[in-house]
Design a binder for this molecule. Structure first.
Ligand code: BGC
Length: 490
């Protein structure tokens, strides 16, 4: 009992959000648990996103042999096999906005669970490179749609004081998915040449579970209201926030939707009303990917092997990095509604800059010292610096970008705007992962990580100058604060 109270205490803002007095405490706790349950279920989409994206890192050494992607001539094709998921994700990003505005957030999430399932089955059983790539692109469609729709849904159902933590659950699930993929690859690698099929195939289990659980969650109240379904919206708000808070929120959302009838058009964009949030959105989405997080995650065993360890050690080190990622995401969830978004971004991106430059330095001195054959001690520096890089990302750009993208756009434009910015994020990610093997071959690891480090320094400057603080305000308050050209953010 006391543990449960402690846990609820962590989410006590939910009770505050419900506006109930002490006598309503039990009801408020029940609401808090409901919101937490719904948000966690939807966030399972993040698990599939993370798993599907990084599971490829374990398959790389095997598909390279199976599909004949070795050598200099094969490196671009290998890059394609790894990054094609990202290109599919871009299509998924664009489709997510249109589909989730039209059919609702829940239906889009249900669709992604089926796509994850089909993609895993097909990729795992493929005997031709083309079928493999098509299956991975389908997985990418699901990744692209889920990674945007899940945070939007959670932001739209969460009470303001706990929104940062609840939306971050999605990132937590992403990183747990990433870790479990490293973990399962680590166990499955012993199956030998065909192990890649198992690595990719096990995803059918979480995909099926996600589908079944999603059936139980309600539709987003803000989407329901945007479709004029007031009674259904009120029912959902009452179910998750309690009746007093539900009435207040309903009125606030109605005011935000009713005061104007807007579409996310080029005109709206050029009018300047959204310019500030779009510049920030595009910028943070760029820096989240251009600083190399997915180059690191998708090629982790390959990087560690370059730093001097064998392949088996490299798989073990990847598991360790996965744990660091999960642990630090918990720290971010704890801090995001307390410390705020901007301080976390500043601290984390400063840490990313330092660790990336350290990785570059370690590779550089390893090569300088022994003429091209890296020493194991440098391998340790690389391991520690990569862990520090991932830890810094996990408390900053990882969760905070998704939280802020789900917050900064007005109700009516949220899904469409996040679609476009998410597309851009995937485009940068896919480019980074496509060119990474070639960059390693031409610039070497030292040059490649130096470039990421310099980009991280630029990202820090961008954040210091342009990031607004969105902590603690309702989505409607943020809309009033950020979506007007006459007012400064933050
Ligand atoms: C990013 C992903 C990345 C993951 C790593 C997410 O926030 O959008 O591209 O793989 O974090 O933790």
């Amino acid at each position: 009992m006391s543990r449960r109270i402690q846990f609820l205490e962590g989410f006590r803002h939910l009770d505050a959000g419900s506006g109930l007095s002490d006598t309503g405490g039990i009801q408020a706790s029940a609401s808090a648990l409901k919101v937490l349950g719904v948000a966690s279920t939807v966030a399972l989409g993040g698990f599939l996103v993370g798993f599907d994206a990084t599971v490829i890192s374990g398959a790389v050494p095997f598909i390279r042999d199976y599909f004949g992607l070795g050598g200099d001539s094969g490196s671009l094709k290998l890059g394609w096999a790894v990054s094609c998921l990202g290109w599919g994700a871009m299509a998924g990003n664009l489709a997510a906005g249109v589909l989730s505005d039209r059919f609702g957030r829940k239906k889009v999430l249900l669709l992604t669970s089926l796509l994850f399932l089909a993609s895993a089955l097909t990729a795992a059983s493929s005997t031709s490179f083309t079928v493999f790539v098509i299956a991975r692109i389908c997985g990418g469609l699901a990744v692209g749609a889920a990674i945007l729709t899940a945070p939007v849904y959670i932001a739209e159902i969460a009470p303001a004081p706990a929104r940062g933590s609840l939306v971050s659950l999605n990132q937590l699930m992403i990183v747990i998915g990433i870790s479990i993929s490293f973990f399962s690859n680590y166990f499955l690698v012993s199956l030998g040449a065909e192990s890649w099929r198992w690595m990719l195939g096990v995803q059918v289990i979480p995909a099926a579970v996600y589908f079944l659980l999603l059936i139980l969650v309600p539709e987003s109240p803000r989407w329901l209201l945007s479709k004029g379904r007031e009674q259904s919206a009120l029912a959902v708000l009452e179910q998750v926030h309690g009746s007093a808070a539900a009435q207040r929120e309903l009125a606030d959302i109605q005011a935000s939707l009713g005061s104007k009838s807007r579409r996310f058009t080029l005109r709206a964009l050029l009018s300047g009303r959204l310019r500030r949030v779009l510049i920030f959105g595009f910028g943070i989405a760029f820096f989240q990917q251009a600083t190399g997080i997915n180059a690191v995650f998708y090629y982790l065993p390959t990087i560690f092997a370059q730093a001097g360890g064998g392949l088996a050690t490299a798989f073990g080190q990847s598991v360790f990095v996965g744990f660091v990622n999960v642990g630090m995401t918990f720290v971010a969830i704890w801090l995001i509604d307390r410390l705020g978004r901007k301080p976390l971004l500043c601290i984390g991106v400063a840490g990313m800059t330092v660790s990336l430059l350290t990785i570059s330095w370690a590779f550089y001195t390893a090569h300088a010292a022994i003429g091209g054959a890296p020493a194991v001690s440098h391998g340790t520096v690389v391991l520690v610096a990569i862990a520090a890089f991932v830890a810094s990302f996990a408390i900053s750009l990882g969760p905070v970008m998704w939280v802020m993208l789900a917050e900064i756009f007005p109700n009516e434009e949220r899904a469409a705007a996040i679609s476009v910015v998410g597309f851009w994020n995937s485009l940068v990610s896919a480019s980074v992962t496509l060119f990474f093997p070639q960059e390693l071959a031409t610039w070497g690891p030292a040059g490649t990580f130096l470039a990421y480090g310099l980009l991280a320094a630029a990202g820090l400057l961008f954040i210091v100058l342009l990031a607004p603080e969105t902590k603690g305000k309702t989505l409607e308050e943020l809309e009033r604060m950020l979506a007007r050209p006459t007012q400064a953010p933050g």
